[in-house]
Write a protein that binds this ligand. Structure first.
Ligand code: N01
Length: 538
């Protein structure tokens, strides 16, 4: 951080980094509490994930009406989702409408990246500096930087020599892109690629997909919301949100309390078939209780999906490549699709198996694998994100003893409730590592995070506390609990962003909380009810 100059540094009760779903809600809540707050946002407007991810096909895989904010009766009454699973432009319009309604932009500095945040123990204040050199300070530092906001671009030799255009899915150009006569290469087949490939394939000159690992995708079954359903939704918001609050993942779906192995094969197949034909995530998060914890139970559903995939692809060789066999169903995030497999039945869509023929380098004209050279006009990285910790680590965050957050977490994160970490007083994180939000119908958990944190700040103000920090004992206990909960499932067996395993050199450790969003909420409520047990307040 540069030396102090003579200009007065603006000071606030809180600084909020990020103007996505939780950053916006923080600003709303703090203002309601009569506190001063300033938000910083790298993008040019509000929306976070929905501001950045503009690739064709980007849409919810949560039911739209379970995704929006629940805190305002007026917003619930005024806003109407047009589809069961809203597409990105509509979601961004929604977030803009909320920002307008509550006049949030006046407290946000856009096009501004925060480069450092240092805690000064003598003043008990956080000092932040932006990439442009602007500075500000605050009692509370509220990190609302998102789970999947730090794009990951693998280092392929020669990438800079490619003469065509290339971009990551999360930085899709803001202007319309016409690919109808262009040769396009896509690297990656995760949930983003599945949505994007399906749309791009409909109007592209020629499309080549470079796949390392196939996924188990499930049909989304989207559709418009008719006016009768719209009225029904509006009349039942209380029940919808209550259902989400009590469920494992903050969705309207929840697990059956029955093992996949305790029923006959006939009953099981009938059940899978029913869930398969329903909308959304029920097939993943509304299935038998042990499909994500018992390999034999899991194999019943993995086999079911493999058969469903094969049925849809004309070429048996391509079908084989698109059928996952190296990991259990649901241990990577399940992509929801609307015609993904049929895209590969088009003559101008090709699939390259990177296991058999890895990428060797980029060239001026395209990509060379161990078997062939491919020519492209455009290359799209659908290669995911340095998830959960990436956006935090990008900022030079230093705590009480000058310790850098990324050094503290070099061997994996440790937190209390994923919300605070020892050594970083008065810093709160939404959707941080080991927080239920990073494995949740995100806004449902983010609202809970923001409400818990702002209630805690109100409690501190009412009781004249100026400093809060998790205790080492509480942090160790929570971290053990998080890792034990993960070890009781099949998730650690699979390489994915859940495990940090998608980033070369990143510690392979579970980054989310899979003990259930409803249990996370209960634990947070208990901590608050016991005057913030597990935190030291002074
Ligand atoms: O990223 P990913 P994503 N060479 O990490 C491949 C959320 N989301 O952006 O599997 C070649 O899942 C990699 O291969 P492999 C959702 O939570 C939400 O698709 O590592 N390939 C994989 O195929 C999701 O989980 C919505 O072998 C390389 C792909 O790139 C999260 O975003 C929609 C490679 C990355 O897949 C991330 O999804 C979409 C390399 N060097 C996404 N490195 C909603 O609907 C990586 N890959 C709300």
């Amino acid at each position: 951080m540069s030396a102090p100059n003579q200009t007065k540094i603006p000071s606030y009760d809180a600084i909020v980094i990020g103007a996505g779903i939780s950053g916006m809600y923080f600003l709303y809540r703090l203002r309601q509490m009569g506190m001063t707050a300033l938000g910083f946002e790298a993008g040019s407007d509000v929306g976070g994930t929905w501001y950045w991810n503009r690739y064709p096909g980007a849409r919810f895989d949560s039911e739209s009406y379970s995704y929006g904010y629940s805190f305002s009766e007026e917003v619930l009454e005024e806003w109407e989702w047009s589809e069961h699973f809203s597409a990105q432009p509509e979601t961004l319009r929604y977030l803009n409408y909320v920002a307008d309604k509550f006049d949030l932009r006046r407290d946000i500095r856009f096009d501004t990246r925060v480069s450092s945040a240092h805690y000064d123990p003598t003043r008990a204040i956080w000092d932040i500096e932006t990439e442009a050199g602007d500075r500000a300070s605050a009692r509370f530092l509220l990190m609302a930087v998102g789970v999947l906001s730090e794009p990951y671009i693998p280092e392929f030799p020669g990438a800079d020599t490619f003469r065509g255009e290339k971009w990551h899915t999360s930085t899709w150009p803001h202007h319309p892109v016409d690919l109808s006569e262009r040769r396009v290469g896509v690297i990656g087949t995760g949930a983003t690629a599945v949505q994007m490939i399906t749309e791009v394939a409909k109007n592209v000159g020629d499309l080549t997909v470079f796949q390392r690992t196939p996924n188990y995708c499930k049909p989304l079954r989207n559709g418009p919301i008719d006016s009768a359903t719209q009225a029904e939704i509006k009349a039942s918001y209380a029940e919808i949100f209550d259902k989400c609050r009590r469920s494992f993942g903050g969705f309207i779906h929840d697990f059956e309390h029955c093992s996949a192995l305790d029923v006959s094969e006939e009953e099981r197949l009938e059940f899978y078939e029913r869930l398969w034909n329903e909308r959304g995530f029920g097939f993943w998060l509304g299935s038998y209780i042990d499909i994500l914890s018992d390999l034999d139970a899991n194999e019943t559903v993995s086999k079911f999906v493999r058969e469903k995939i094969r049925e849809r692809i004309d070429d048996p060789e391509v079908a084989k490549l698109l059928t996952p066999t190296n990991h259990p169903f649901g241990t990577k995030r399940v992509p929801l699709e609307s015609g993904y497999y049929e895209a590969y039945n088009r003559k101008n869509v090709h699939l390259v198996d990177l296991h058999r023929t890895p990428i060797e380098c980029f060239t001026e004209i395209g990509i060379t694998t161990s078997a062939a050279e491919y020519e492209f006009d455009v290359i799209i990285y659908a290669t995911g994100f340095d998830a959960v910790t990436g956006a935090l680590n990008r900022i030079d965050i230093r705590g009480e003893q000058g310790l850098a957050l990324k050094d503290k977490w070099a061997d994996g994160p440790s937190t209390m409730l994923g919300i605070q970490t020892v050594g970083f007083p008065n810093m709160f994180i939404t959707a941080g590592p080991h927080n239920a939000s990073s494995f949740c119908n995100v806004p449902r958990c983010l609202e809970q995070n923001v409400e818990w944190i702002t209630d805690c700040i109100a409690y501190m103000r009412d009781n004249q506390y100026s400093r809060i920090e998790a205790t080492p004992e509480a942090e160790a206990e929570w971290t053990d609990h998080v890792l034990e909960s993960a070890d009781a499932t099949l998730f650690p067996k699979t390489d994915s962003w859940f495990m940090g395993a998608n980033i070369p050199g990143k510690k392979r450790v579970f980054l989310n909380y899979v003990g259930g969003a409803q249990n996370f909420r209960a634990r947070c409520d208990e901590v608050a009810a016991k005057n913030y047990e597990g935190f030291s307040l002074r």
